[in-house]
Ligand binder design. Structure first.
Ligand code: PMP
Length: 397
């Protein structure tokens, strides 16, 4: 009892410290009344913080197949994949996914976090067993789950400057004579900055230096590349990771790559082996999303156009949306308190756009992260374009 109370004091002190620095976060429930609208405290707000980039979370085809598969197979898979959790539907979705990504094989995982944290860790452990610790070249702004994967394997990362492939090349050259397998880990679209990696060059560099490439396509899948197949489509990338939780409107994640890679992960990846198989409803939504996505070019064009327009609006206010070139448009504000005031002003104007603060972004990197969706109407985009200058004015201290 006394032991618990002591820990509660520690927890509370940590929370108070965060609050003083304006970085304490709390959960604020919303109800999703549509793909880009939420009800919060009885008010409807237009959501500019959702990763539902194509509005598929409310698509009737996804809902229908999720319901159908749930009715056919129940609410839970009941066991892990290697025990009795694998159904013909898992195999069919994996086959569809591999075809969509143009890969030999695909493997479903419970979430994007779990995929990166456990798949990367498994690969790095295998590489470590080859005699020398692997050399992991990682973008400085890689998602926390990718860092987690390296940490879980006890491997130190060689970080290259964000999205700077010249720096990556110089590090590959500097370490050319070091022992150990080489692995390059990056994202194709960065979740907080909305910029993209030059995948063609990355692939060339990797071939030149004999490196394995691990690319997180969480924010590109469904949105970018031919028919939304991602930026790695058509390039030689050894492992592509992606999620169903963003443009694909559902939940869950995957990796695609060679048959040997996926067969080995089935045996060696703890985040695959020791977790319950994805449930039927989730699989149904995945299956329908994979069927719809290639046909949504009009939505992708509209999304890109709206993002370009909003970047112009942000720039027109003297603020920076750089380095975004995608549907993720940051408004760089620096100071956490200011980002909170900016978000509060947008909310007062009926728009939901979360302030992103450290530790999610670097110190002084606080921002509003706008995530645009093809489901935003022209009226909603106009509303945002009008709200940004007012929020700028109202958030100035
Ligand atoms: N990778 C990146 C780049 C992400 O932005 C996210 C989600 N924030 C994840 C992985 C984790 O995916 P999930 O939400 O499915 O766990």
């Amino acid at each position: 009892m006394r032991f618990m109370a002591c820990f509660d004091t520690l927890f509370q002190t940590a929370l108070d410290h965060m609050a003083q620095r304006h970085i304490r976060r709390v959960l604020r429930p919303v109800r999703h009344s549509g793909p880009v609208t939420v009800i919060r405290d009885g008010r409807e707000l237009v959501n500019f913080s959702s990763n539902d980039y194509l509005g598929l979370s409310h698509h009737p085809a996804l809902a229908a197949r999720a319901a159908q598969w749930l009715h056919e197979d129940g609410t839970g898979a009941g066991a892990s994949r290697l025990v009795t959790g694998t159904s013909a539907k898992h195999m069919a979705v994996e086959a569809r996914l591999a075809a969509f990504k143009g890969a030999e094989a695909a493997l479903l995982l419970a979430s994007g976090w779990q995929a990166n944290a456990s798949v990367l860790a498994a690969i790095l452990r295998l590489a470590t067993e080859q005699g020398a610790p692997p050399l992991v070249f990682a973008d400085r702004l890689n998602h926390a789950s990718l860092h987690q994967g390296c940490m879980a394997a006890g491997v130190r990362q060689i970080r290259f400057r964000h999205n700077d492939l010249n720096h990556l090349e110089s590090l590959l050259i500097r370490h050319a004579d070091d022992p150990g397998l080489r692995i390059i880990v990056t994202e194709s679209v960065f979740s907080m900055d909305g910029d993209r990696t030059d995948i063609a060059r990355l692939s060339t560099l990797a071939r030149q230096h004999g490196a394995f490439t691990y690319v997180d396509e969480a924010h590109a899948t469904g949105v970018l590349g031919p028919q939304g197949r991602g930026l790695c489509a058509g390039h030689e990338i050894d492992l592509v990771m992606g999620t169903f939780s963003k443009a694909l409107g559902g939940f869950g994640a995957f990796v695609t790559g060679s048959r040997a890679l996926c067969d080995w992960l089935v045996n060696a990846c703890s985040g695959f082996v020791f977790t319950t198989a994805p449930p039927p409803a989730m699989l149904g939504a995945m299956d329908a999303a994979l069927e719809c996505v290639p046909h949504l070019d009009e939505e992708r064009t509209r999304l890109a156009r709206n993002a370009a327009h909003i970047r112009d609006v942000v720039r027109g206010c003297g603020l920076s949306p750089e380095p975004s070139t995608t549907q993720i448009v940051p408004i760089m504000l620096g100071d956490a308190a200011r980002a909170l005031r900016f978000a509060a002003s947008l909310e007062a104007q009926g728009l939901l756009a979360a302030a992103i603060r450290p530790p999610t972004v670097p110190p002084n990197g606080s921002r509003i992260r706008l995530a645009l969706s093809a489901a935003h109407t022209d009226g909603m985009i106009d509303q945002l374009a009008t709200a940004i200058p007012l929020a700028l004015h109202q958030s100035a201290s």
